[in-house]
Structure formats: C-alpha cells, structure tokens
Design a protein around this ligand. Structure first.
Ligand SMILES: [Fe+2]
Length: 385
C-alpha cells in the first residue's frame, strides 16, 4: 500500500518570514492577490502592513476582512464575490485556522463552482484552485499545511469537513513573531489543538512512517514548550518552538488523520461555541484513557517521546503516566470542564445523543485505535461534564 503525501511546495519558516510574503507571491507568478483575513487583524494594522508590502513590490492587492470564527458558507460566498469582482488571481490568508480555512473554501469555489456542500467528505475536488499563500498568526491549527477545511452551512448550521490534496496551500509563511502577542487562553488552546493533532495522527489507524516522524517530533516539542509559552508570553524561544511544532503537527495529521478527540470536539464547538482547541483539551485526557487499551505500544511511544515516561518504563506504566500527565496539564493550563465553561447542564445532556451521532458521522472516530459505539461516545460526553 502506498501513502499519498501532500505538503506545500514552499515553506518559509522563521523570524521575519512575514516580510517575505510578497516575494513568495512573485515566485508563484501571482499578480493580483486577495488577502483573506478577519476584522480584528484588519483593525490591528497587520493586514494593512501585508497589503503595503505586496503593493510596494509592484503587485495589485486588496483585503477581504469578512472572515468569521467557525467560518460559514455566507462568509465564503462574500469572499468568492470579492475575488471575482476584484479580478484576483491568487489568495493570501492571514490569521488563525478560520482565515486559512475560508481562503481554501474560496479557492475551491472559484475553481470548481457550485456550493461548499457539493464537496463534503467523501466527495472529490476536481480542480485545484488559484495559488494560496497561508500566513498563520497562531500556533496553531496546522491549516497552513493541511488538506482540510471546515465550513459551517449558514442555512442548516451543519459543520462540513472538506478534504483533498487540492486544498493544501501552495506556500506557508510560518513566522513565530506574529504569535508573540497572542493572549494566554489562545496560546493554551491552539497549542493543545496542535498536541492533539500530533497524538491523534500517531495513534490513528491511518498513521504511516512519514506522518509518525512529524507527529513524534511535534509532541515532544509541544509538551515541553507550551507551558513556557503560556506562562511567559514574551519567551521568543518557546514561541519559535511552538510555531514550528504546530506546523509539523499539521503535516502529521494532514497525511494521517485525526481521530476520536476531533470527532467529539466538533459537535461541542458547534452547539456551545467552545473554541476548537479548548474542546479538544477538555476531551484529550478522557479519550486517551478510553482509547489506550487498543494501542498501548503507540500511546507508550507518545509518553516516551514527550518525556513523561522513561525509555525503559513498561508500556502499561508509560500509558498510565501519559493519562495522568494529560489530566495534570489541563489543570496547569486552566482548562475548564463543560460545566465550568458555563454550558447549561440541561442543554448539554439533551444534545448528547445528537453530538454522538454527529461525531460518528464525521468519520474521525473510525480512525481511532478503539472505535467507539454511539453509546460509548455518549458515556464519554457524560463523563466529561
Ligand atoms: Fe484541530
């Protein structure tokens, strides 16, 4: 069996990479890029700096600042209009996963027509869109290197997963200096999202020798550096390490898959607007405890790579230390339970059967080492409360 590996053709990594974005666009023969970003980054001046950089290199550039959290088909449609009306030939996404996912969806529709729902997994994407340069400002969702986008249908409110090699950005500009001002909560949540990508891609049924290398390297770094970046936001070494690790974890899960944590996390995000990384964090220790018996050697590898267990610890010991370590880490990063997050108890328990159905329908739980029934997922949601 062969593995189909996809990564961006260009990766610019390191301090100051942001200032090379215009050069990357030129190297891709782009003449009229559309910057896709959110209102916050447009207001902060960062999007303006990017536009100025691109314009002063001789290219025509406009900014579309209509990205919303949990990107919607409505926002994507507005972006498609901005792209067509401006006669653009390329996309530059600037922001967290929402900006990058929105740009991917704009490129998809520009090249293929139709609606986003026409391309829901497992439907194929026939035509690759215009060049797309992704510039993440969080460390991070890994979307700058991944073949996935998640878009919510504005009409039905369904969160749709779209996947395909065509969605991998042409280039990723990964500059940790953009993350130095990230607030504490965002640092913890996006960092735990990355850790979840690394662990889930390593234990996934779709793991492979290529993705394993990136997953193990990413989890080792994130385990050591995330608390430092959380407690010392100005620690440049920790920020730099986290930014690279988030991209490595993105390469890992894009070329393997995510699993049960992500499957159960999306419905919590959808129903209760819990940020993606935070709902992952709520789930990661309990789902690891549930899943470990089906792949003890893989989870033990994670514990050893992360330095939680010693190289000569038995698999059982290492797995137990991993589970304990994940629960402890959540305390350190002040991850609330759904109850402490402020979710209404009656509503939470009311939607558990629906959340379990949606989790299973996403396909991610089927990549888990231990594949759960709907009843088991419901039980895990109840335990989480
Ligand atoms: Fe994620």
């Amino acid at each position: 069996m062969t593995t189909d590996i996809r990564v961006p053709a260009v990766l610019k990594i390191g301090a100051g990479a942001f200032h090379e974005a215009a050069g990357v666009l030129s190297s891709l023969k782009c003449a009229r890029p559309l910057v896709v970003t959110d209102a916050f980054l447009a207001g902060s001046g960062l999007a303006g700096k990017l536009r100025d950089q691109i314009v002063s290199s001789g290219l025509h550039c406009e900014v579309f600042a209509g990205v919303v959290a949990d990107p919607t088909t409505e926002a994507v449609d507005q972006g498609v209009r901005a792209f067509s009306e401006g006669g653009h030939d390329s996309l530059v996404s600037l922001g967290g996963g929402s900006s990058i996912d929105t740009a991917k969806a704009i490129g998809l529709l520009v090249a293929n027509g139709g609606r986003i729902s026409d391309y829901k997994v497992p439907k194929p994407i026939p035509v690759t869109g215009p060049p797309h340069v992704a510039i993440p400002t969080t460390a991070g969702t890994g979307s700058e290197v991944s073949r996935f986008t998640v878009i919510s249908d504005s009409a039905t409110e369904e969160k749709m997963l779209i996947a395909g090699g065509a969605l991998v950005p042409s280039a990723a500009v990964v500059d940790y200096e953009l993350t130095i001002s990230m607030p504490k909560r965002l640092t913890a949540d996006t960092g735990t999202d990355s850790l979840t990508h690394a662990i889930e891609s390593y234990v996934s049924r779709k793991a492979n020798a290529f993705s394993d290398v990136f997953a193990l390297s990413a989890m080792k770094t994130i385990w050591a550096e995330l608390p430092i970046a959380y407690h010392q936001p100005d620690n440049r070494a920790a920020r730099e390490a986290m930014m690279l690790a988030a991209t490595l974890a993105g390469i890992a899960f894009s070329n393997a898959s995510v699993a049960l944590v992500h499957g159960m996390s999306r419905p919590i995000g959808f129903f209760f607007h819990v940020p993606h990384g935070l709902s992952n964090a709520m789930l990661l220790p309990a789902v690891t405890r549930y899943s470990a018996e089906a792949a003890p050697a893989r989870y033990a590898d994670c514990a050893r790579a992360m330095g939680i267990a010693a190289p000569d610890d038995s698999n059982d010991t290492a797995v137990n230390m991993l589970i304990e370590g994940l629960f402890r880490r959540n305390e350190e990063l002040e991850v609330p339970s759904p109850r402490r997050f402020g979710i209404a108890e009656s509503r939470y328990f009311e939607v558990i059967p629906t959340m379990a159905k949606q989790a299973l329908a996403s396909g991610s739980p089927q990549n888990n080492p231990r594949v759960p029934s709907a009843e088991e997922i419901e039980q895990l949601y109840r335990e989480l409360w």
